[in-house]
Design a protein around this ligand. Structure first.
Ligand code: MG
Length: 396
């Protein structure tokens, strides 16, 4: 039992992960919410602050802070990315949940770890782009990074148990599973005419728009591959991705004696969220219990790398290292945004990323400023590439 509640700050509280985290906190006596942030959804943010008795929030979109402050005279509203940083640094939080979407989460990740505050990380992009600089910062300040991504939460649990009892060198390989997304089994030809609604219809997980598109291109697995490498310090050639349409097995750890440990459960993000918020404690959760006999069969198949080139692009960027994963991530964000805006075809997402990676030379990573510069340059190049790729097909 903890002597006092753990103080939690949620960044990106109006998104899918943020809302589910609030439901976990609302059901726990051991967690206390001390602050919230969002990009621009100020009405929801103020509503959440009132419901949880929070006195301070931040809106990274400074224009949204004005109406929020006017509507909520009892509380304090900080504005802009400086406001988000101030919220983190002055929060007195024991743990920050970073549930921001995209590389906009990198600055808040750095601010959190720089203060030595433990980080529950749902923003995989900040680890993809920030790589070894982010993990080195955590090591320097002694802050822990606890993954909220379901596959990585699974691996975190399996690896923690193994490393606690066995010597070094016992872990041979990691496996992360992929549902395969809504387009599993399709040909490249068929993919050329899929719609935004088709891509947003994920078969097993309910998630926000950006990650759902990333799941449909398999870029999500590419980002997760890089995330796993940095979190667990395992080389890329020893991390496998396998398609598992039921999304019941989330991750596996293969050991030197041939044993393989797997983590199973129904796809429900409240499980990894609660794990990260309560770590290292466990709490009871009202989620559906696993009934293997009722499920009947679990199936696995290799990834179709030819039809879904994004995973290969991510592996190549990971191998190149330096700023390459940051460039990959920025180009992907621009391309996904353009696809969701109806500007480019689904298959053009990979084309934009490939063109951006081919245009910009990756540089070694020495400091965070180089990352922000690489992110800016990649966005410019990717935006220019949007005009060179396949437009949205004519649906007549
Ligand atoms: Mg995941």
């Amino acid at each position: 039992m903890m002597s006092r509640p753990r103080r939690i700050l949620i960044l990106g509280s109006t998104g899918s992960i943020g809302v589910q985290a609030l439901s976990v906190i609302g059901q726990s006596e051991e967690l206390e919410l001390v602050g919230l942030s969002a990009r621009s959804s100020w009405e929801t943010l103020v509503e959440q602050a009132r419901a949880f008795g929070v006195e301070r929030v931040a809106l990274s979109d400074a224009q949204a802070a004005e109406p929020a402050a006017a509507a909520w005279p009892d509380g304090e509203v900080l504005a802009g990315s400086e406001g988000v940083a101030e919220l983190i640094v002055e929060s007195g939080a024991d743990l920050v949940l970073n549930a921001i979407v995209g590389s906009a989460g990198l600055g808040p990740t750095i601010a959190t770890l720089g203060e030595g505050i433990d980080l529950a990380l749902a923003n995989k992009e900040s680890l993809v782009a920030g790589g070894e600089l982010v993990t080195a910062l955590a090591q320097a300040t002694g802050a822990q990074i606890i993954p909220v991504d379901s596959e990585h939460a699974a691996l975190h649990q399996l690896i923690a148990a193994e490393r606690a009892t066995a010597g070094p060198g016992t872990i041979e390989r990691l496996t992360i599973t992929a549902s395969g997304g809504p387009f599993r089994g399709m040909s490249s030809q068929q993919l050329q005419s899929v719609s935004i609604a088709d891509a947003l219809a994920h078969p097993t997980w309910e998630m926000g728009g950006k990650i759902t598109i990333d799941s449909s291109t398999l870029m999500n697995k590419g980002l997760e591959l890089i995330e796993a490498h940095h979190l667990f310090d395992v080389p890329y050639d020893r991390i496998d991705v396998v398609v598992h349409p039921q999304s019941i097995v989330h991750g596996c750890v293969a050991l030197c004696d041939g044993a393989v440990l797997a983590h199973l459960g129904h796809p429900d993000m409240r499980v990894p969220i609660a794990y990260a918020l309560h770590h290292p404690e466990r709490v009871e959760l009202p989620v559906v219990r696993l009934d293997l006999a009722a499920i009947g069969s679990l199936t696995f198949e290799p990834v179709d790398l030819e039809t879904f080139p994004c995973l290969g692009l991510a592996r190549a960027a990971a191998a190149a290292g330096g700023t390459a994963p940051c460039i990959l991530n920025a180009a992907n964000e621009v391309a996904v945004h353009a696809f969701l805006a109806g500007r480019i075809a689904f298959t053009a997402i990979a084309e934009v990323i490939e063109a951006t990676l081919a245009t910009i030379e990756a540089r070694p990573l020495a400091e965070f400023e180089a990352l922000f510069a690489a992110d800016r340059e990649a966005r410019e190049v990717a935006r220019a590439a949007l005009d060179q790729v396949r437009p949205v097909p004519d649906r007549g």
